[in-house]
Design a protein around this ligand. Structure first.
Ligand code: HH2
Length: 277
């Protein structure tokens, strides 16, 4: 199994690590640390050295309650870093909901578009369709501003699956091949702790029909709720979550702590060589 990711063709024979670089003053976990492009670049290079397979660059915080950022500002944050890193050893993913920025990022060398809005904005599918970039379609209930206000589901796993199936069909209909598509249940995006746990418990159902599944739980509030730890003290819980997700079929984990995740997944992969081809 492979993921077509721009000019990269990534083997999924072992779980892949997507390292997070947020260039935002207000990200819930590392906000403010990498505001300057220089610092973001250094951080990205460090994550690559630690073994990140993909770098995910974001210029808009999506933490619960956040308001969003204007196109100009997001562009100003993201593009200089992307341009500096393009042509490097790993594919670059841009975490954006804005079709204009998707187009500009692809032109500047991005290999993947990671959209928490699952390419539902007008023109978003068109922005990526005639390229060779990978796309990540994520489920979110509501918007970051209101998503954690009493989210309700009948059957969270079935509803999130139905949504992602529909978005995958929409992507296919615009000519995007299955080996470019990643799906993500969107941990923490309009979900209670119990919803998140249900999704993790049944994560294997998202990959059952051959979809490439990504899971992002790194440092999130659900881990804070389970451990009582502050956001910068959730590395161990994040590792546990990543290993559980991979055990349930996630092919890509989106994490802040690349070195620690890499070691944990090396152990997992050694024990499960045949389970994951
Ligand atoms: N989570 C965040 C942002 N983007 N993309 C995908 N595909 N899956 C996720 O789970 C996901 C995501 C939120 O985490 P982070 O980037 O650390 O924080 P912030 O949005 O505050 O920048």
């Amino acid at each position: 199994m492979f993921l077509q990711c721009g000019k990269f063709r990534l083997s999924l024979a072992r779980p892949l690590i997507m390292g997070v670089v947020n260039i935002t003053p207000d990200s819930f976990s590392d906000g403010g640390n990498f505001t300057a492009a220089k610092a973001a670049l250094a951080h990205a290079r460090q994550l690559i050295a630690e073994g990140a397979d993909i770098i995910d660059i974001g210029g808009e915080s999506t933490r619960p309650g956040s308001a969003g950022v204007a196109l100009d500002e997001e562009r100003r944050r993201v593009l200089p870093v992307l341009e500096q890193l393009a042509g490097g050893p790993v594919p670059l993913s841009i975490d954006t909901q804005k079709p204009e920025l998707m187009r500009e990022a692809i032109a500047a060398g991005a290999s993947m578009i990671n959209d928490i809005n699952a390419l539902q904005a007008n023109e978003a599918l068109a922005a990526v369709a005639h390229s060779d970039v990978a796309i990540c379609l994520m489920h979110m209930r509501g918007t970051p501003a209101d998503m954690q206000i009493d989210p309700v589901y009948g059957d969270v796993v079935a509803e999130v699956r139905a949504f992602l199936d529909e978005r995958v069909c929409a992507a296919h209909a615009t000519g995007i091949a299955p080996d470019r598509i990643v799906v993500d249940p969107g941990f923490g995006f309009g979900k209670t702790l119990e919803h998140n746990l249900q999704l993790l418990r049944h994560l294997d159902r998202f990959g059952a029909a051959g979809a490439i599944v990504l899971a992002g739980m790194s440092r999130k509030g659900m881990l804070g709720r389970l451990t009582g730890r502050d956001v910068n003290d959730r590395v161990f819980a994040s590792i546990a979550a990543a290993v559980i997700a991979v055990g349930k079929g996630a092919r890509i984990v989106r994490v802040h702590d690349v070195a620690a995740t890499r070691d944990a997944l090396a152990v997992w992969a050694a024990v499960n060589p045949g389970n994951y081809s």
